[in-house]
Design a protein around this ligand. Structure first.
Ligand code: ADP
Ligand code: MG
Length: 407
């Protein structure tokens, strides 16, 4: 599929780049918000840098959070643009609107090699509209910013599964190409679906089973072992007839999960569940010190909830992982945001760094966990920037933002 080279000479041309700059922010002591995890900003740099080095006038569009189609200062990209400038080592212009007068002024002020960032694309209702005409009208406005010699580069891997104006509709209106990040992500994820080296182990966690049903369904036929942790594990334990106390439980998925357990046995795929669980009587909050207790997975007390996989399970999971030639991990094993419930996630992450083969981390929170726990990102084969997009690729779905680039 066409990479940046396919655009020809970009010197002096305006290039609209859809990046994924959806990063967590927190207010500093001075009240200014700052980027707390810049992983996605760093992942966006190579494509922007390459275009800038080639003399393009780079116009970056991206979203942050879920504003409801109107400006909301909590979701401003201004602090992110600042971080991008630091990483690029050059000033980055910031437009306080997306397609309005400020955007036009910023774009007109660009010299060859300059970079501008437009305000949060989701401040505009057209971006995520289900109505093709409304989305199209907004895409027209985005396309007008780069003018008749302009072009579009799709590099926001985290959004390529979305049929949105800045991902899909602009590509119908401008000459287009795939950025480096999207190209790399596709290449790695393809290795997971086309003839992966075996044993192929998949580790799933996170909060909800229902988010990950499609991928479980698909991987049951492809992976050798499926290790399950995180909040979704309790629906599996309940499906096996265990009491799970106050743990996260999706009753409406019990039947589906029972079906998976049966299919796994029939197809020779091993589903590995934790044998011990770290519980507490309340979900962690600032108001009370955690009181973690380890109990057998089948004996979660009625007044407690499971918040991490236990130490024996963590060791068992780690052994399964280090033994594999291909590993895909999505979803933390516990509520890693609290240190008392982070050890399962740490053990899994550590094991991934020891894999002699391909290890891939997918999912926003999993990637954040890896960094928060102090792991060197280079120790992993690949850390995907896109949770939903990577899962949908593994499910074998066609992603609108990728399919449109082939036209
Ligand atoms: P990712 O973004 O990597 O795909 P998810 O969004 O599915 O991961 O899930 C991440 C969240 O799951 C984390 O915020 C974590 O605290 C939560 N989580 C993990 N284990 C549990 C649990 N046992 N109970 C409740 N929440 C959990
Ligand atoms: Mg998440």
């Amino acid at each position: 599929m066409a990479g940046l080279d396919s655009l020809g000479d970009v010197r002096g041309r305006r290039v609209l780049v859809r990046s994924d700059l959806n990063v967590p922010l927190a207010a500093g002591s001075d009240g200014q918000s700052r980027v707390t995890d810049d992983g996605r900003v760093r992942a966006s740099v190579p494509t922007i840098q390459e275009l800038s080095d080639a003399g393009a006038r780079v116009v970056v569009t991206a979203h942050l959070g879920r504003p409801e189609g109107e400006p909301d200062t909590r979701y401003s990209l201004a602090p992110v643009a600042e971080r991008l400038g630091e990483l690029l080592g050059r000033p980055v212009a910031f437009a306080h609107d997306t397609v309005g007068p400020a955007a036009h002024a910023a774009v007109e002020g660009l010299e060859d090699g300059d970079v501008a960032v437009l305000e949060n694309v989701r401040f505009n209702p057209g971006e995520t509209s289900k109505d093709d005409a409304e989305r199209g009208a907004f895409a027209d406005q985005l396309a007008q910013l780069v003018g008749p010699s302009g072009c579009f580069v799709s590099d926001g891997f985290g959004v390529v599964h979305r049929k949105q104006a800045s991902v899909y509709d602009v590509a119908l209106r401008l000459p287009h190409a795939m950025g480096q990040l999207v190209a790399t992500e596709l290449e790695v994820l393809r290795k997971l679906t086309v003839d992966p080296a075996r044993p192929y182990v998949v580790v799933l966690g996170g909060s909800k089973v229902s988010d990950k049903l499609g991928v479980i369904d698909n991987l049951l036929g492809k992976s050798d072992r499926l290790l399950i942790g995180g909040g979704m594990v309790f629906t599996f334990l309940a499906a096996q007839g265990h009491e799970v106390g106050k743990s996260l439980l999706e009753e409406d998925q019990l039947e589906t999960v029972r079906g998976y357990l049966e299919r796994a046995t029939e197809s020779g795929v091993e589903i590995v569940l934790p044998t011990d669980i770290v519980v507490d009587t309340a979900f962690p909050s600032g108001e009370r010190e955690p009181q973690p207790r380890v109990v057998p997975a089948g004996e979660i007390p009625a007044d407690s909830l499971g918040l991490d996989i236990g130490p024996s399970s963590a060791r068992a999971f780690a052994a399964e992982i280090t033994d594999a030639k291909t590993v895909f991990w999505n979803g933390p094993m516990g509520v890693f945001e609290t240190a008392a419930f982070a050890e399962g996630t740490r053990a899994v992450a550590q094991a991934l760094t020891e894999v002699d083969g391909l290890s891939v981390v997918g999912g926003g929170d999993s990637a954040a966990a890896v960094r928060q726990l102090g792991f060197d990102e280079a120790a992993f084969g690949h850390i995907s920037t896109g949770g939903g997009a990577s899962l949908e690729l593994l499910e074998g779905k066609e992603l609108p933002g990728i399919a449109v680039l082939e036209r």
